[in-house]
Design a protein around this ligand. Structure first.
Ligand SMILES: C[S@@+](CC[C@H](N)C(=O)[O-])C[C@H]1O[C@@H](n2cnc3c(N)ncnc32)[C@H](O)[C@@H]1O
Length: 209
């Protein structure tokens, strides 16, 4: 299968940014209802949100979160997130930066929570992103992920694998990438995994020991 680069990701998301929210809402309604709310509901303290996109999670953070640093590769996605922060008056708590989840420009151990929704499927080197999440978390801090991955049903999984090259080419999206092995190899202990939508929807809580 084609291997994506950071340049591919930037090109794809700069191109689809303006229709991203509408497109994502359709997928979420069908396959991932409540996943975003669940993920943000796990966040505590100082949060690093990797690949923050257009900032769909940002209005959902509550008082359990003190600050959020959102990192995003695509300038156009980030621009839309900045507009959301301004429009919703979130600037006191949210800082947005263009950056790379595979090479975070952040010190070791500063985060209580690293949050990722629908990003490990897109980041070109998810192993590097998992290592970086581990590095910036304090011991005892949590990596919270809502993702998609391979269906439990073998026929459905085969169907996903069949169409995956098209998703990779046009959406930079690896449909059947399971996030768990990357977390384990980075040193995380997986606390819980909940799957729904025939196994396609993943909710993962992982802790840095
Ligand atoms: C499917 S979108 C998810 C956006 C957002 N997390 C959400 O829940 O709506 C994937 C995002 O990952 C970003 N991305 C991919 N690779 C990245 C990287 N290495 N560093 C930062 N952002 C990245 C893309 O630009 C895109 O905005």
């Amino acid at each position: 299968m084609r291997v994506t680069t950071d340049a591919d990701v930037r090109r794809v998301f700069d191109r689809i940014a303006d229709r991203y929210d509408d497109q994502m809402r359709v997928w979420e309604r069908r396959l991932f209802p409540g996943s975003r709310e669940w993920a943000v509901g796990q966040a505590r303290g100082h949060v690093v949100e990797i690949a923050v996109g257009t900032g769909l999670n940002l209005p959902l953070y509550d008082a359990a979160t003190t600050t959020v640093v959102g990192i995003e590769l695509s300038e156009r996605m980030l621009d839309l997130a900045r507009r959301r922060v301004a429009r919703d008056g979130l600037g006191a708590r949210v800082e947005l930066r263009q950056g790379d989840a595979q090479r975070l420009d952040l010190p070791d151990g500063i985060a209580d929570t690293v949050l990722s929704t629908f990003t490990m499927c897109t980041i070109p080197d998810p192993a590097a992103a998992a290592r970086e999440a581990y590095r910036v978390l304090r011991p005892g801090g949590r990596f919270v992920l809502a993702e998609h991955g391979p269906a439990g049903n073998p026929i459905l999984r085969a169907g996903m694998r069949l169409v995956e090259p098209l998703f990779v080419r046009f959406e930079a999206d690896y449909l059947t990438r399971d996030p768990r092995p990357y977390l384990e190899r980075a040193g995380f202990e997986i606390e819980s995994v909940t799957r729904a939508a025939r196994g396609v929807s993943f909710r993962v809580l992982a802790v840095r020991p």
